[in-house]
Design a binder for this molecule. Structure first.
Ligand SMILES: [Fe+2]
Ligand SMILES: [Fe+2]
Length: 135
């Protein structure tokens, strides 16, 4: 069974671009979770780098749509993004320096973050973005 399963009921934000991005992130986390159970360090590293790059791009896309729609909670939302990005960059650096491993605890931490962030934080930007013509 996959670690993360995207369903409309639990995760839809009413912004199709961001829903698609969330589904891509779920796929990437699920694949990294599979690899993280094994010993192929170079595969894990490639998947980790791709995931972090994609997540950073996704956060940037959400932030630019929040700014475009004058979303009041933008500063707090950006702060949540920045905190996760910093944690991931630290981990990425330690992994490539051979000082840390990516295991299923790591992928479960990321999955838990997403399961909290998307329904509770992302979902709230839907009406503001819809009001600014973003759908
Ligand atoms: Fe998001
Ligand atoms: Fe977000």
């Amino acid at each position: 069974m996959s670690l993360l399963t995207w369903t409309k009921e639990q995760f839809a934000t009413n912004i199709s671009q961001h829903d698609r991005e969330h589904q891509t992130i779920f796929d990437m986390v699920n694949k990294l979770h599979e690899s993280a159970g094994g010993t192929d360090r170079s595969a894990i590293g490639k998947q980790l780098d791709a995931l972090i790059a994609y997540v950073a791009e996704h956060f940037g896309a959400e932030e630019s749509n929040m700014i475009k729609s004058d979303y009041a909670d933008y500063p707090q939302h950006k702060q949540e993004h920045d905190k996760l990005v910093q944690t991931c960059l630290d981990l990425q650096k330690a992994f490539h320096a051979g000082e840390a491993e990516i295991n299923r605890e790591t992928t479960t931490f990321v999955a838990d973050w997403l399961v909290n962030h998307i329904p509770n934080i992302d979902r709230r930007y839907g009406p503001a973005m819809n009001g600014a013509g973003i759908a």
